[in-house]
Design a protein around this ligand. Structure first.
Ligand code: GRG
Length: 411
C-alpha cells in the first residue's frame, strides 16, 4: 500500500519520504491511512518533514514490533507500560464523586435571586450534563497536590474553580443555543425555546456575573487573570466560527485555533488555575495547562465527529447540526483531500439545496472520520505524556483513564 493511494501532491511525496525513513512492521501499515491524514493535518499546521517524522514515530511506537527510526531527531516517546495499566484501574467519576456530590446544589445556592431569573439560570444545573470540566479540574487539583505536598487534600479554592468552570461552560451553552436557535439541549427544551431569546441571553449573563463574583472571592489576582482569558477565548472562538478561510491550508489552522478557544481554553486554564493555587511553579502550571489543552482539543474533535455519526446507544440518526449551521469541521476538512468538490460548498457554508446531504456523503466515503479520530488520539497521547511526569497518584491515573473515555465517548 502506498501513501499516494490516499493523498496527493506534496503531502503524498512527504508521506512517502517519511515512510521510507521509518521502519514499519506490517501490522502498523493498517493505520497508514490515518497517518496520511496526520501528515495532511501537520502540513496544514505548518510542520516540516522532520517534525512530522518525529511525531509519526511516537505513533508508531505503539507497535512493539516496529523498530525505532534511525534519524537525528529526538528519541521516540513511548507511552510507558504503567500508564497503560493505569487505564484499567482508576475510575474518574468514582474518585471525585464525593467532591462534586453537592456541586449543583451549591451552584444553585449561588444563583439565588428570588425571581424568575433564578429559575432560568438554574435550569441546566440539574445533573444531566457530563460535568467533564469540574471532574478534570478536581482530578488535576488532587494530582498536583499529591505531586507537590504528598497529600491529595483538595483546597476549597480549587473546588471553587471547578464550580466556576461548570458555570462558565453552562453560560456559554445558554448563549450558544440562542446564537444557533437550538430548540433542545441535553434531550430537553433549551432555555431559549422555553423562555425566549432575551431572557436566555440575560440568564447566561447572570450565570457569568455570579461566577465572576465567586472568582473574585478567591482573592488571587493571577487566577482572576487566567480565567478571564477563558471568557475572551470563548467569545473569540464563537466569533471565529462565523467565518472561514478561502485558503485550504489556512482553513485547518483556523479550525484548530477556533477549537482551542471555544472548547480547550476552559479546560486548559482551569487546570492551570488549580495548579497555581496548589503552589505550582511555571513549569508545573504548564504541565497542567497542556493536559487540559490536549484533552480539550480531542474532546472537540470527538464532538465534531459524533455530530456526523449515529451513536450506537442512541439508535438515532446523526444530527449533522454542524453542516446545517454551515460549519466545516475536521471530518469535512479531511474529506476535502479526496473530494475537492467540497471546497465551494464550504465557502458557501452548505447553503445550496442538497449541499448538506452531499457533504455528509463525501465525509462517509472518505476517511475523514478515521483521520479525525486519529488526530484526537494524538492529542490524548500527548495529554498522557505530559501528565505522566507527575508523581503517581490515583488521580493522575484517573486523568490518564479519562483520555480513553474522551476518545470512546458516544455523547
Ligand atoms: C457566555 C462565556 C460566554 C461565551 C459566549 C456562545 C459562546 C460565546 C461560546 C460557545 C462555546 C461553546 C458552546 C462551546 C461548545 C463546547 C462543547 C464541546 C460543548 C459540549 O460540552 P459537553 O459535551 O456538554 O461537555 P454537557 O452537556 O455534557 O455539559
Amino acid at each position: 500500500m502506498t501513501s499516494s493511494m490516499r493523498v496527493r501532491g506534496p503531502a503524498a511525496r512527504l508521506l512517502d519520504t517519511i515512510l521510507n525513513r521509518a521502519s514499519v512492521h506490517a501490522t502498523t501499515r493498517n493505520i497508514f491511512r490515518s497517518y496520511s491524514g496526520y501528515v495532511m493535518c501537520g502540513l496544514k499546521r505548518g510542520y516540516d518533514a522532520s517534525r512530522l517524522t518525529s511525531m509519526m514515530r511516537q505513533g508508531l511506537s505503539g507497535c512493539e514490533q516496529c523498530r525505532p527510526v534511525s534519524t537525528s531527531g529526538p528519541p521516540a516517546r513511548h507511552v510507558q507500560e504503567p500508564d497503560r495499566q493505569a487505564k484499567t484501574h482508576a475510575n474518574p467519576e468514582a474518585i471525585i464523586g464525593n467532591d462534586l456530590m453537592h456541586m449543583f446544589t451549591n451552584i444553585k445556592k449561588e444563583l439565588q435571586s428570588r425571581c424568575e431569573l433564578q429559575d432560568i439560570a438554574e435550569y441546566y444545573f440539574d445533573g444531566q450534563g457530563k460535568a467533564v470540566r469540574p471532574m478534570i479540574t478536581v482530578l488535576m487539583s488532587r494530582a498536583i497536590n499529591t505531586h507537590l505536598h504528598n497529600e491529595d487534600r483538595l483546597f476549597e479554592s480549587q473546588l471553587e474553580i471547578a464550580k466556576i468552570a461548570e458555570m462558565i461552560h453552562t453560560a456559554s451553552l445558554v448563549h450558544d443555543d440562542v446564537i444557533d436557535a437550538s430548540d433542545t439541549r441535553r434531550g430537553k427544551p433549551s432555555v431559549n425555546s422555553l423562555y425566549g431569546q432575551r431572557k436566555a441571553v440575560m440568564a447566561g449573563d447572570y450565570i457569568l456575573s455570579v461566577a465572576s463574583a465567586m472568582l473574585a472571592r478567591i482573592r488571587n489576582e493571577e487566577v482572576i487573570v487566567i480565567l478571564s482569558q477563558v471568557l475572551s477565548d470563548l467569545v473569540q472562538g464563537e466569533f471565529m466560527q462565523l467565518g472561514s478561510k478561502e485558503n485550504e491550508n489556512e482553513r485547518f489552522a483556523h479550525y484548530l485555533k477556533k477549537s482551542f478557544k471555544k472548547t480547550a481554553s476552559l479546560l486548559a486554564y482551569s487546570c492551570k488555575a488549580v495548579a497555581l493555587l496548589s503552589g505550582a511553579d511555571e513549569d508545573l502550571q504548564e504541565v497542567a495547562f497542556q493536559y487540559g489543552r490536549n484533552v480539550g482539543i480531542a474532546f472537540q474533535l470527538l464532538d465534531d465527529l459524533l455530530d456526523l455519526v449515529a451513536s450506537s446507544n442512541m439508535m438515532g440518526k446523526p444530527t449533522v447540526t454542524d453542516l446545517k449551521l454551515g460549519l466545516a469541521t475536521a471530518p469535512v476538512l479531511f474529506a476535502c483531500e479526496k473530494f475537492p468538490e467540497l471546497n465551494p460548498m464550504i465557502m458557501r457554508r452548505f447553503q445550496e439545496p442538497g449541499d448538506v446531504q452531499k457533504a455528509f456523503e463525501f465525509v462517509h466515503k472518505s476517511d475523514g472520520l478515521e483521520q479525525t479520530q486519529f488526530l484526537a488520539r494524538q492529542h490524548c497521547d500527548e495529554a498522557v505524556r505530559v501528565i505522566s511526569s507527575l508523581k503517581p497518584s490515583i488521580e493522575q491515573k484517573a486523568l490518564i483513564t479519562l483520555t480513553d473515555k474522551v476518545l470512546n465517548r458516544e455523547k
